[in-house]
Design a protein around this ligand. Structure first.
Ligand code: GDG
Length: 736
């Protein structure tokens, strides 16, 4: 990485540990996807040595005595947690709650309050360490589910810090996130929102995250950009790559060649199927063994003609679910070997323990088939490494469609890991595949892996993070009342022809739990009447309401009106329809809304000529909000019907895309050469109007808080009425 910002990596694990045997201590490298990815980065052109902060699984004394054994690529900073915190944080909340939940193993979740406290404590301890190291131009890159609270903790201490977060495991559907106690959800999601950039392996994970913050925190996004507490945050997909040349060139590495020769010799009479994973229930090892059994059952002619080399790397063995898994795997291996093996042939060669790099590469390059069957996997680097290693363009990859890698490795044989018959059939297809076909498939995948390798991944993440930082601060929309060098009243006073576009609900009158009761008070009628009586003024009420209601409430005033967001326009006393939509889509949408009314007590449907609105203002607030998110998700499938779903203020409205307030506002503003155009509104639909009016003499005002395209803001309905009254009290003599 070529960069003059120092990189501080934070991950649970440091890439090494110390092992003491027979009185001597040696350094042991850690295996695992994250470590592999980080160690593949090239910092030779970086101006400052990168720092790696992680939890120590060795004592302070060991570190002081043996830190000289560690390579000098990084400045390593271990964080020492007390044993209990470490245990509850790592084995507890991280690996008995987050890991199973995020991999959709919700029944494996074992939530304990003390573990969550330890998780917070560990995040705080790491935050302390990072805060002490942090210099102004540093980039902090936090990795994985162990430290989801960390970005916010760092941000609270150092508001100007540049912080990225990358999740190496799946981010599950919000339905899974719902399972977590409220305080955990809030801690984790607001924790992540402390970052400037949040990265995931796939778009699906990103969308799940965005839905979760919307549903749980009410935080919206606009095309992957989140405006949160006046900061702009981006969340996006960055599929992790591998160090392509390392794996590709290893084919000719003398140690690998030697090991491969030995393997080929040992297995010269059989085909080799290979797999390697950490011992983890997500990796689908049991399903793989079931599939092997199914394969021998279905295709007995293969008995005695293949060997499955199964390498399982120890992992998290203090957690019961992992210990159990080991026993289950070993029993299944014993059963299959006992059932199908002969005195001179064993179907499975099982190794429990990690293998050195040359041996791993020899296995990648000697095998005929790599069988990778996770039930869920954020990415899966093994699949990518296998493909990259095949410089000979031979070998077939069988890959679970439940891995993030399946998105990129399109010419692998994809399988559903639960379908043992399908896996068995694909094994047969792989074992019998012609060399040309193998080569064609491998070549396509290699191109992708070579183009988007680990360096590209890290660079695109860091560059995107730096860009976010540069564009970061959002100027909050200024309050009209706080303007010192600009007076809207003055501009109004100086203008000789004015167009006033005023939204109704939430702008001229406050929201009412029953919309039909929000009739205009005398104060509003008076102010509108006075404004409309000035010959320079053209006053238009631009609303989502229907014509009848607007007519009944305001029809006697000398003003024009726009109903149903532009579907009807009343000018010179006559209503005209401005839309072709025949409303036939309502037959489809109405039953869906009915269902939501039943499931959300207090909500109701309002039917208008060209739109349907589901109001949830009177429903219990959390239920209403959650149901509204569900409804929006459901309705998104209707977009082919040329419908627009508007996420309004306690209302979800469905209308034709033919017209909106923006189109009408533009049309009205162009009808005459006005020298003062003012649009005031409070809701999502008014944003169309604000975006459409951008000329110098066009003034847009949003009522209330929230992101907006408007140029100014007023606090509430009272301020709107105050402004309009100021206009009517205008004494400035018109020069014309
Ligand atoms: C997490 C996510 C995501 C394994 N055994 C040996 C060994 N390894 C190396 C492999 C590979 C890495 O460990 C395993 O990576 P995976 O991606 O397959 O799986 P996780 O450890 O679960 O990683 C995963 C990853 O993070 C990166 O974001 O892909 O979805 O779960 O590099 O080569 N290396 C050696 N001997 C072994 O025995 N030398």
């Amino acid at each position: 990485m070529k960069n003059n910002n120092r990189l501080i990596i934070v991950s649970y694990r440091l890439p090494f540990s110390f092992e003491t045997a027979h009185g001597s201590t040696t350094l042991k490298s850690s295996a695992g996807g994250l470590v592999t990815a980080m160690q593949s980065l090239d910092f030779s052109e970086a101006e400052q040595k990168p720092v790696w902060v992680g939890c120590a699984n060795f004592s302070r004394r060991t570190w002081e005595k043996y830190q000289h054994l560690v390579n000098a690529d990084f400045e390593y900073v271990p964080v020492f947690l007390d044993r209990k915190t470490q245990q509850d944080f790592y084995n507890g909340f991280s690996n008995s709650v987050l890991w199973p939940l995020f991999h959709y193993f919700s029944t494996y979740v074992d939530y304990q309050e003390r573990d969550f406290l330890a998780y917070q404590k560990a995040n705080e301890a790491v935050c302390e360490t990072v805060a002490q190291l942090l210099q102004p131009r540093d980039i902090v890159w936090v990795h994985d589910y162990h430290f989801m609270g960390l970005p916010k903790l760092i941000r609270d201490k150092q508001p100007e810090a540049t912080i990225g977060f990358f999740l190496h495991i799946p981010f599950p559907s919000y339905e899974l996130i719902r399972i977590l106690p409220h305080k955990c959800k809030e801690y984790l999601l607001t924790g992540l929102l402390g970052a400037d950039l949040i990265g995931f392996h796939t778009n699906d994970y990103n969308i799940h995250f965005l839905q979760s913050i919307q549903i749980n925190l009410g935080v919206q996004h606009k095309i992957w950009k989140i405006n949160y507490q006046d900061r702009l945050i981006r969340s996006d997909a960055f599929p992790v790559g591998i160090n392509y040349p390392l794996y590709h060139d290893a084919f000719d590495n003398p140690d690998v060649v030697k090991e491969r020769k030995a393997l080929k010799e040992a297995y010269k009479d059989v085909k080799i199927i290979f797999s390697v994973d950490r011992l983890d229930y997500t990796k689908g090892v049991m399903q793989r063994l079931d599939a092997l059994e199914a394969f021998f059952r279905k295709y007995p002619e293969w008995i005695g003609r293949l060997t499955f080399i199964l390498v399982v790397v120890p992992s998290r063995d203090e957690i019961q679910k992992y210990g159990e898994r080991k026993q289950m795997i070993e029993q299944a291996v014993g059963r299959i070997n006992g059932k199908y093996g002969t005195l001179i042939w064993r179907p499975i060669v099982y190794r429990y323990g990690s293998v050195p790099f040359p041996q791993l590469l020899a296995l990648y390059t000697a095998c005929d088939v790599a069988l990778i069957t996770p039930i869920r996997d954020g990415m899966n680097l093994v699949a990518k490494e296998f493909v990259a290693a095949r410089k000979d363009h031979q070998g077939v990859l069988i890959l679970s469609e439940m891995t993030g890698a399946a998105n990129e490795l399109s010419t692998a044989l994809h399988i559903n890991p639960l379908d043992e018959n399908e896996v068995a059939d694909k094994m047969k297809q792989a074992l019998e595949m012609e060399p040309e076909e193998q080569s064609r498939r491998i070549a396509i995948m290699q191109r992708r892996l070579k183009d988007y390798d680990v360096k590209k991944w890290a660079n695109s993440f860091v560059n995107c993070l730096l860009t976010m930082r540069t564009n970061q601060h959002i100027e909050p929309t200024p309050l009209l009342s706080a303007q010192t060098d600009f007076s809207l009243q003055e501009r109004y006073g100086q203008a000789r022809s004015r167009l006033l576009l005023l939204d109704y609900d939430g702008t001229l009158v406050n929201y009412h739990s029953k919309p039909e009761q929000a009739s205009p008070p005398t104060e509003v009628i008076n102010v509108l009447g006075r404004l409309a009586s000035r010959r320079e003024n053209y006053v238009v009420i631009i609303s989502g309401r229907d014509q009848q209601t607007l007519d009944e409430w305001l029809g006697f005033l000398p003003i024009d009106m726009v109903a149903e967001h532009g579907s009807y326009i009343k000018q010179q006393g006559l209503w005209r329809r401005d839309i072709l939509d025949d409303g036939s889509w309502k037959q489809i949408v109405n039953p869906i809304l009915d269902d939501f009314v039943t499931r959300c007590p207090g909500s109701f449907i309002e039917e208008k000529s060209h739109s349907l609105a589901w109001h949830y203002r009177s429903a219990e607030s959390v239920t209403g909000f959650v149901r509204s998110r569900e409804l929006i998700n459901t309705l998104e499938n209707l977009l082919p019907y040329k419908l627009r779903v508007i996420d309004g203020n306690c209302v979800v409205e469905i209308k034709s895309t033919e017209t909106d307030k923006g189109k009408v506002a533009k049309q009205l503003s162009l009808a005459r050469p006005y020298d003062f155009v003012l649009a005031i509104g409070d809701d999502r639909t008014d944003e169309d109007m604000f975006s459409a009016l951008t000329l110098e003499n066009q003034y847009t005002v949003k009522v209330g808080p929230g992101t907006t395209n408007a140029a100014y803001r007023l606090k509430d309905v009272n301020e709107v009425l105050g402004l309009l009254k100021d206009f009517t009290a205008e004494t400035t003599a018109n020069p014309w």
